[in-house]
Write a protein that binds this ligand. Structure first.
Ligand code: ZN
Length: 447
């Protein structure tokens, strides 16, 4: 299976190499016409990173800081396999990495994620989330009685969001459970942006959050996995970004911000799913009401960062490959074998294996299946994580329920949409530019 999948888009008559060469060439031409040094600069001019070089510097910095732990991860896995099989330690084959890392995970953290479900009944999670945003952001969520507002399915609920002064900021629908006709995944949509003229007028906004969470079954309430809880919090963060908007120009409200900034309000919410203090608000056993036992909590935290350097490096390898192809385009397309050239440039980010793994260059849908898509933008996944990890350190220092810090986050980030440069918004909240360190700490890559 691995061998077959590694040949996807890499073998005639379906080899994408020449298409990639052509796409990169055309993008470089477009950049030249626009007076830019490369395509990355064209795309990033209107993003937070501003230039391709700056994004690349960020990714290479992350690479350098994860490198030590990345090597440790690999060596640990090689010696684990050697011990288990009685063979001498050697490079693993690419197709056995997942197998041995799962064995290693089980041996280090005998931890069943299903055990956690019992502590996450859906209703309680939602109540806890509303309680949290009340304490931290001063918001009141009111359920509108069923029947008062028309909905498209009996499972859909409707809510009003107010501030503590009683001002109606927005409303939203929630639609959490799967059904036949529904698309998969979880998402937030904004349905209506109210007219907001600060000081004179404020129409409420309207939004929607949807998901496909584990539904209730027979006698049992809906019990969520921890990942599903994070997803609920995540989508609620996007929703707040829209509903709390105080932007005069509608098209600049809420989530209409740059790609490398849009996940800050959503991802920061996930942090409250990992703090003991906030977990205790909503993580309660569905029968006994008990909080998560300390031992289970410790396991959950330890397991979170298992092989995180390897996961980080995988994202770094994609981001670096993407940026290099859109910065050093001419050098890359001039070579006979694009795959060999690209692989050489990112080889330090790849897990050493025997045989060597090809890169994803020829089936990199994110950057080639669309006129722009994620081209020169793959770095934004990690960039956004830096923003949310860093911004959350203010809550860790000042208190995870600190209402003053929460009000600051609302006033300086959530209510501002795209009405100011995102770097300025971040500086307004943190008093400085983003710092990579917080993400390294959160991922267990630095103390
Ligand atoms: Zn998101």
């Amino acid at each position: 299976m691995w061998e077959a999948s590694s040949r996807v888009a890499a073998k005639e008559p379906h080899d994408n190499t020449e298409l990639i060469r052509q796409i990169l060439q055309l993008r470089a031409e477009q950049a030249a016409l626009l007076g830019k040094a490369n395509f990355a600069d064209v795309v990033l001019e209107r993003r937070m990173a501003k230039t391709g070089d700056r994004a690349l510097k960020f990714i290479e910095d992350l690479q350098a800081r994860a490198a030590g732990k990345f090597t440790e991860d690999t060596e640990e896995l090689e010696s684990f396999k050697a011990k288990q099989t009685g063979l001498a330690a050697s490079y693993l084959s690419p197709w056995e990495i997942s197998y041995w890392s799962e064995k290693l995970r089980q041996s280090k953290y005998a931890f069943d994620e299903e055990e956690l479900r019992l502590y996450f009944p859906m209703n309680r999670v939602i109540e806890g989330l509303f309680d949290l945003v009340n304490r931290v952001f001063g918001l009141v969520v009111e359920a509108v009685p069923v029947g008062e507002v028309e909905v498209w399915n009996p499972g859909v609920l409707f809510y009003k969001l107010k501030n503590t002064a009683g001002v109606h900021l927005g409303s939203f629908y929630s639609d959490w459970y799967p059904r036949e006709s529904k698309r998969s995944g979880a998402w937030m949509n904004y349905l209506r942006t109210g007219d907001v003229q600060p000081g004179t007028k404020r129409e409420p906004h309207l939004g929607l959050i949807c998901g496909n969470m584990t539904p209730p079954a027979d006698e049992r309430p809906a019990l969520l996995t921890h990942r599903e809880v994070e997803t609920v919090f995540h989508e609620f963060g996007h929703l707040l970004h829209h509903l709390l908007g105080e932007v005069e120009i509608k098209s600049l409200n809420g989530v209409n911000v740059t790609w490398d900034f849009v996940e800050l309000p959503s991802q920061i919410m996930e942090n409250w799913c990992w703090e003991r203090e906030s977990l205790d608000l909503f993580a309660r056993h569905h029968e006994s009401g008990a909080a998560i036992p300390e031992e289970l909590f410790a396991k959950m935290i330890a397991a979170k960062n298992f092989r995180s350097a390897t996961a980080t490096m995988r994202q770094v390898s994609f981001a670096k490959m993407d940026l290099l192809m859109h910065i050093r385009t001419n050098d890359i397309i001039a070579t006979d074998n694009i795959e060999t050239t690209v692989r050489e440039a990112i080889k330090d980010c790849l897990v050493r294996t025997e045989p060597k793994t090809p890169t994803a260059s020829r089936r990199f849908n994110h950057i080639f299946s669309d006129p722009v898509g994620y081209a020169a933008g793959y770095y934004s996944y990690k960039w956004a994580e830096v923003l949310d990890a860093d911004a959350f350190t203010r809550f860790q220092k000042e208190g995870v329920f600190n209402a003053q810090t929460g009000a600051d986050f609302v006033n300086k980030i959530l209510s501002r949409g795209n009405s100011a440069d995102p770097m300025q918004l971040f500086r307004d909240f943190m008093g400085r530019e983003p710092d990579l360190q917080a993400l390294l700490v959160r991922s267990g890559l630095a103390a």
